[in-house]
Each structure stands twice: as C-alpha cells, then as structure tokens.
Write a protein that binds this ligand. Sequence first.
Ligand SMILES: [Zn+2]
Length: 296
Amino acid sequence: MSENNAPEKKAPVKKEHKIVSAATGQQATKEQVQKEVAQALLNQTKQSTVGLRIGAIVLWVLAIGFEVLALLVAIEKFAPKFLDNVNILVPVIVLLVLDLVCLIIGSQLWKKANHINPVSEKNKVKFWLWNNMGLIVAVLAFVPFIVLLATNKDADPKVKKIGAIAAVVALLIGGVASYDFNPVSAEQKEAAVAAITTTVYWTNTRSGKAYHTHDDCQTLNQTDELVAGTVEQAIAANRVKLCYFCAKRDGLENTVATEDGVGEVIINQVEEAVDEAVENLTEETPAETTEEQPAA
Ligand SMILES: [Zn+2]
C-alpha cells in the first residue's frame, strides 16, 4: 500500500463562535449584542435636560411679557411718568428687542435640549412641533403685537407703521434663529451610537485576562463560546486589557494595549491548546472510563 497517509492539512477555517450576551446571559447574535451595547452607552450618557427646558420656557414667558408691555405702551394704555418726554417709539422698540433677545436665547436652550435628548421621529408632526417650539413661540411673541396694534383705532398711525415694521423684522430674525435646521431624532442618535460603539468579546470558560474587539481574533480559534458586551462589562468580568492582536488590527497597540499583553495571550493560547489536547484524549478513549460494556 503506497497510499500517501500524510496528515491532512487543516485549512484555516474561520471559527464559528457561539456568542452569549453579557447583559442577558443568553445566546445572541452579534447584531443583538451590538444593540444592547449601544443602549448601554445611550443610558450611560443620558443627561437631564430639565434645566435647559425650564430655562427656555422662562425666557419664552419673559419674551411674551415684553410683547404685552410693548403693545400697552404702543396703544398708550401704559404710560409711566419717566417716559413723558420720550418718543413713544423708543420704549416700544426697546421692549421688542428685549422680546427678541429672550425668544432667541430660549430657543437656543430648547434646541440644545433636543440634541442632547432627542425625541422619536415616528410621529412626524409631533417631531416637527417639538423641535420647532421656538418657531411657534416666535409667532406668539410678535404676531399678536402686529395684529392688535394694526387693528387699534386710537393708536398713532406713525407708531402703528414703525411698530409693525419693527415687529415683522424681529419676527423674521427670531423665527430663523429659533428654527432647528438640523433636527436630531432619537432613532438617528441610536443608529449613530450603534455604528460607532464596538462590542467586545471575551472567553467564558478560560482564565483569560483580555477582551477582544474582533470575534474572529486568532487567539480565539480554540474557543467555542464567547461572551459579548461592553468594555465595562468585560472589565467587570476581570478581562482588563484589550488583546494585543485586536489592538494591532484597530491601530490601537500604542494606546490601550501593552506589550505584556502579548505574553499573556501566548500563555493563554498554550493553556487552551493543552486543555484542548486533554479533552480530545479523553474523548478518544471512552472505553477506559466505561465499565459497563454492552454485550456484543
Ligand atoms: Zn484578540
């Protein structure tokens, strides 16, 4: 028999891992874990925007207050003594400017809150209204002034004309400044975080100290089951370093991974290879451990 009995060379088959989610402890797909990791990060960075929103509302109420005052001065329903020798248009314009300033600052706070804590875009109308609340307040802060002044029979025609022009200009400036030209939705933010956040992997059964950014890392070829989760979860599970080979693939070898990680990886590989060999040996000799031999 001159058959060539040389041992077959195993092709480097990409190892298929069973992946277990660190968050749920259940088997999961890479995509499912990626979603959980993104959600964990979103929860972590969630900030309260209550202060910003209260600030916006207070400023908007002030803006409307200045509008009411401007109207009362313009129609001469409110004429304090210290304005006796002053042209009525001066306090009207000053009050409209204060109205505009409060509106614009309030709207910036509101837009900032919306970018930190975006709302869902599932309901398009609600999404638009919520993001452009400043625009709605801009209309409320100037349109009633324009309409009520124009329809007032007793007001001075010159005050009517110039007051209306000033309010229209302020409405345009305030409207543009309050409109959110780049609204962000909760869905957009989630997708961005999911795309940029990386799931990390670590071995469940061995005593490894490293976590991996690639589930097909060469050092994981002996491992069937991987746990997947966030870096925080990996560190909590005592996998405190990024694997050197993964770091190299990510171009991070000089930042988060250290050279002594290599030695550790090699030791782990040897340990795993020995364990594997022992497992194979015990599997191939079952007769020694089985006492009850079935009768032939
Ligand atoms: Zn690795």
